[in-house]
Write a protein that binds this ligand. Sequence first.
Ligand SMILES: NC(=O)C1=CN([C@@H]2O[C@H](COP(=O)(O)OP(=O)(O)OC[C@H]3O[C@@H](n4cnc5c(N)ncnc54)[C@H](O)[C@@H]3O)[C@@H](O)[C@H]2O)C=CC1
Ligand SMILES: CC(=O)C(=O)O
Ligand SMILES: [Mg+2]
Length: 478
Amino acid sequence: MSTVNNSNMNIVIRIQIDKMLITFSDIAKEIGEMGGDIVGIDVISSSKTHTIRDITINVNDQKHSHLMTEKMKDLEGVHVVSVSDRTFLLHIGGKIEVQSKNPIKNRDDLSRVYTPGVAKVCTAISEEPSKAFSLTIKRNTVAVVSDGTAVLGLGDIGPLAAMPVMEGKAMLFKQMGEVDAFPICLDTKDTEEIIQIVKSIAPAFGGINLEDISSPRCFEIEKRLKEELDIPVFHDDQHGTAVVILAGLINALKLTEKKLSEIKVVLTGIGAAGTACAKILLGAGVKNIIGVDINGAIHRREKYRNPSWTEFAKLTNPDNETGSLSDVIEGADVFIGVSAPGLLTVEHLKKMARDPIVFAMANPDPEIDPELAEPYVRVMATGRSDYPNQINNVLCFPGIFRGALDCRARIINEEMKIAAAQAIASVVTDDELNESYIIPSVFNKKVVERVREAVIKAAYKTEVARKDPLIIDSRLSK
Ligand SMILES: NC(=O)C1=CN([C@@H]2O[C@H](COP(=O)(O)OP(=O)(O)OC[C@H]3O[C@@H](n4cnc5c(N)ncnc54)[C@H](O)[C@@H]3O)[C@@H](O)[C@H]2O)C=CC1
Ligand SMILES: CC(=O)C(=O)O
Ligand SMILES: [Mg+2]
């Protein structure tokens, strides 16, 4: 596949220009001739003889960036001071910080927020632990916990390398849902140890968002934590993803005028996301799902070492189809990929039923390049923000936790997830719905509002909410 990663990246080249030797318009012309698109110019300093400028250039890829830099270096009168990728610039020093709600202006403030005043607040919580929800950050704070074993589609890159993703999730929690989230990357892959650590840190949090923990360990970790903690534990890659897939599918099927109960779905990658996706789709009425992992279709004639595949085989593939993706894609109405880049080909698309729906959601590179797929599909979606129809769990986790925290839910159950999916789908009105808009934008404020509302309603209906409904604030709030 022609990889889509890094396409259209922005770089910032800082150059010192000798005014006697070259003009800026000459430099801009050179950049344009090399296919670079100048999207920003900043003057950093200027003297009679020299200027230093930052030129932000949209380039095709890393190679293009390199050629552009070399060209600048060759120009007489130009000295390249530095070249930065804007993505890296955004990560310098990390992406989040802790801020106090009130400044400590004097001794009196100090004695209230800290000792001695704080002692009576501690005592109050010790006498009535539920007060931790009103007197500490617990009520609005979620731990984003990863062990770095399944980071996006990058695999087991370890806890340090997982941090940028977890910081990103924390940013999204805050901006979209006004939830305070902490990235916590653990230097252990031991299931039991992860469970014990999360249990030990739980007092500070109102919810636990598990992230990018590889399967099948993620299933046991989530199950045990759900049983042993009294706050919501939600493995985002499983349930956040599944919720958004269902939302996207509800809307895409309106376009192809097919029913959930009639479609054949081929799902690649029966790991965390794939397993949960199958469960939510089965719950929503899909009858024919065929899972494909590295050894082909998952079926009941095979004995699997992975217990989650044995379970998966029982629930799916009603006709017990066997073979590779090429075999089982025949006649499929929907392809959902939560697996690896480039495994879906145009030849596969040609074998699908009329009006194929393709959700190629592996990150950062999807199962097929959207541009390659476009002519052969009716609806195309990816997990990325730079193509239409971004099916990404960011549409779910801020709103679902906002709702769960606001009604102080003990758990996030199936009813709350289905309600969240329907809420996301409902943001796209029938008038707006089209092939390039089956799912609302991540920036659409209605998403979190509707998900929150629907989740709270479902939590009360299923009796998992612990807060008096009369004191729930109707607005998005802490
Ligand atoms: N768009 C979104 O919101 C989300 C996208 N994803 C993406 O889905 C992918 C999987 O994520 P997880 O389920 O968390 O990982 P995981 O590690 O739990 O599961 C991945 C599964 O894909 C299988 N796989 C790998 N190569 C394959 C191939 N060539 N053919 C068939 N199966 C293959 C693996 O054996 C494994 O079972 C990643 O690329 C991730 O970025 C995951 C969660 C959310
Ligand atoms: C989006 C996300 O959570 C993932 O790709 O793992
Ligand atoms: Mg993830």
